[in-house]
Design a protein around this ligand. Sequence first.
Ligand code: AMP
Length: 311
Amino acid sequence: MSVTVVGSIAFDAVRTPFGSRERMLGGAATHFALAASFFDEVRPVGPVGDDFTEEDMAVLQTRGTATDDVERVAGGKTFFWSGEYADNLNSRETLVTELNVFEQFEPKLSEASRQSDVLFLANIQPELQLAVREECTAAKFVAMDSMDLWINIAHDALVRTIRTVDCLILNDEELEMLTGRPTTVAAARELLGWGLKAVVAKQGKYGATLFTGDDVFALPAYPLEHVVDPTGAGDTFAGGFVGYVAAQGGDDPGHEELSRAMAYGTALASFNVEEFGTERVARLTADEIAERVSDLHRMTAFSEAPVALRG
Ligand code: AMP
């Protein structure tokens, strides 16, 4: 089995209160692949320029990620993004977005990528996400992400794409912006009404909440004393979440399975933010993930002991 992902493969320039990097490997599909590769073979689809080195490709190939569908565009420049974080690390400003090779990109998927059981449409132009969605006719579970930029400039295309997937993973504020609803719960309900089976609201350092037709499951972020760079945390979360679903077969996951997937997403994202870019997750081990998942279970499970309430 494998997981196909389309999304940015990028170079990022990032400034946080704890330091900066002028140019590091990044991109939504890259962060997703580094996390999901703990569960299954990942097949990223997307272009890079000739500034993308063999070392960058080697990082993308960590844990067997298959890069046959990463197209090197001769004379092209890799997607570039630059952002700066506020002191509390929960809000950031995008300084530069250069689509570069993504501007003219037309996805040509190999048979292996088209046959994947699980598909993740990581953040990129919604038209591109939809083109890949339509090619992956064998996918049993399809999840996607997006961002405020596309809600603002490509709303209709984004809505069309959302209507073709099973699960939307988006920041809480973006869910509200997308639907025009005043609360995350109302936004999630509206989206479930569009035919989605699950909505995950990412809440940055506060964690994430899962909404399905059956129930709601909220999980706080893994408690960390030091956070260095949140870039890619959402994509890493998605890699853990979708990777877990793929490892279970991807067949119509229910509320409980998706709740367990939330713990893997949360654990993986917690490692991502401890260092810049891909640095921490690239050398992460399976044992380290298992330890944090089990910590999360211990910290969030409690047994009920009702008291007689007055009134
Ligand atoms: P996250 O912190 O999870 O939102 O993801 C940050 C990653 O998304 C960075 O590595 C960027 O390269 C990538 N990114 C930022 N803006 C865009 C965009 N407009 N389209 C696609 N990817 C983007």
